[in-house]
Design a binder for this molecule. Structure first.
Ligand code: UD1
Ligand code: UDP
Length: 382
């Protein structure tokens, strides 16, 4: 008999990828009822994930607009969720990470006095404008939440420093649960560009870049560095699945199109993406999720940002902060391509972000919160 109604609220590609294993685990729990509400802050990129993981939305706010502003995402989500929460009356709302959907979802639940569980809690750069607006979204969500699912011990300490000590579980990141289901040695690519690449004879460099705080000079620096790399090394292929943000697409097309060794392709489905990562030589990215995924696949990562809220893999030696200066990005990538010892020092698999058991732990902690078990899960330890 299902008793406790748990509503997951999400809207963007990375939230969907990281909520998918948790939704599947919630569906398996006989005493929980799982309800899904998407804001659809992303449309095509969200739908790609829903299809691959066979997720079905019970409520779809369909808010996305071209070149949407932070205020429209937040207000449309908040107003839409107000009606959904009134109708569905969940016992718990789960939000993920640090997007505008995350914050609006937490705020809407708070207005209905519904407790909030924050998945991927406690990540911090301590700079409110970087990443922007994500650092503030996660801090505000942390203030509202009753349950805080912190991936790492460091994330727990960050919360404690803000006075948040109740309801905190160190449980790993659900993205590691997801990657366990997608990466296979015998995987065959569907995308014709990915099918045509020579992963053994040449070196594939996987690139993504989309962050709002990099719009402008920083993103142009990144693009120039990439083009110089492709010019200098004849034996590399740069594969860049370009985010659907019009600004990102215009910039990528302006700086990178027409080069024989740079492949600008549409966003990949997550199974294609994870398997491409598994066969690449290295990853250059400003994405949060890729910084968590690549280390578990043993792929060196250069982070195209000034800071990171994910220093665990930097400390483990598989991720380096390259920043957003053209010369520095170029020279750090050259070092990895020219120096086998430097490359080998970074190319080992580490799992500071999870062991594939995170969703199970979260479900157990939710059951405990509602008195369905008195057994809290064991915390994640790397
Ligand atoms: C959002 C999140 C960011 C997250 C990123 C993941 C906020 C403020 N930002 O940033 O934290 O890292 O998602 O990718 O919450 N678009 C489409 N189709 C899609 C998706 C996007 O056309 O499927 C275009 C639209 O024109 C949209 C624009 O991209 O207006 C920007 O999308 P938005 O969600 O506002 O920002 P992101 O940069 O994707
Ligand atoms: N991803 C994907 N297809 C792509 C690019 C990224 O499936 O073409 C996945 C990636 O593997 C990771 C997530 O999307 O799981 C990261 O999303 P994004 O970089 O958009 O957001 P961030 O993690 O920076 O919030």
């Amino acid at each position: 008999m299902k008793t406790i109604k748990v509503m997951t609220v999400f809207g963007t590609r990375p939230e969907a990828i990281k909520m998918a294993p948790l939704i599947h685990a919630l569906e398996q729990a006989p005493d929980l009822e799982s309800v899904v509400c998407v804001t659809a802050q992303h449309r095509e990129m969200l739908d790609q994930v829903m299809e691959i993981f066979r997720l079905k939305a019970d409520y779809d706010l369909n808010i996305m607009q071209p070149r949407q502003t932070l205020a429209t995402i937040t207000t449309k989500s908040l107003v839409g969720l107000d009606t959904v929460l009134e109708e569905a009356k969940p016992d718990l709302v789960l939000v993920h990470g640090d997007t505008s959907t995350t914050f609006a979802g937490a705020l809407a639940a708070f207005y209905h006095k519904i407790p909030v569980g924050h998945v991927e809690a406690g990540l911090r750069t301590f700079d409110k404008y970087s990443p922007f607006p994500e650092e503030m979204n996660r801090k505000l969500t942390g203030q509202i939440a009753s349950l805080h699912f912190a991936p790492t011990e460091r994330n727990r300490r960050n919360l404690a420093a803000e006075g948040i000590t109740d309801g905190v579980l160190v449980c790993g990141n659900t993205v590691v649960d997801a990657i366990h289901t997608t990466v296979r040695p015998d995987y065959v690519f569907r995308d014709p560009t990915l099918q045509g690449l020579d992963y053994d004879g040449r070196r594939v460099i996987l690139v993504t870049a989309h962050r709002r705080e990099n719009y402008g000079e920083a993103m142009e620096n990144i693009m120039r560095a990439l083009r110089r790399l492709a010019d200098r090394y004849e034996e590399i292929d740069i594969v860049y699945p370009v985010h659907l943000s019009p600004y990102v697409r215009e910039t990528a097309a302006k700086f990178l199109s027409g080069h024989p060794r740079i492949h600008l392709i549409d966003p990949l489905t997550v199974d294609e993406m994870h398997n491409l990562m598994g066969r690449s030589a290295m990853v250059l990215t400003d994405s949060g999720g890729l910084q968590e995924e690549a280390p578990s696949l043993g792929k060196p990562v250069l982070v195209l940002r000034r800071e990171t809220e994910r220093p665990e893999a930097v400390e483990a030696g598989t991720v380096r902060l390259a920043g957003v200066d053209e010369e520095r990005i170029f020279s750090m990538a050259c070092t990895l391509l020219d120096d086998p010892a430097e490359y080998a020092a970074m190319a080992h698999a580490v799992n500071p972000y999870g062991d594939g058991q995170t969703s199970r732990r979260i479900v157990q902690a939710i059951r405990c919160y509602f008195g369905l078990t008195d057994q809290m899960p064991e915390p994640f330890r790397p």
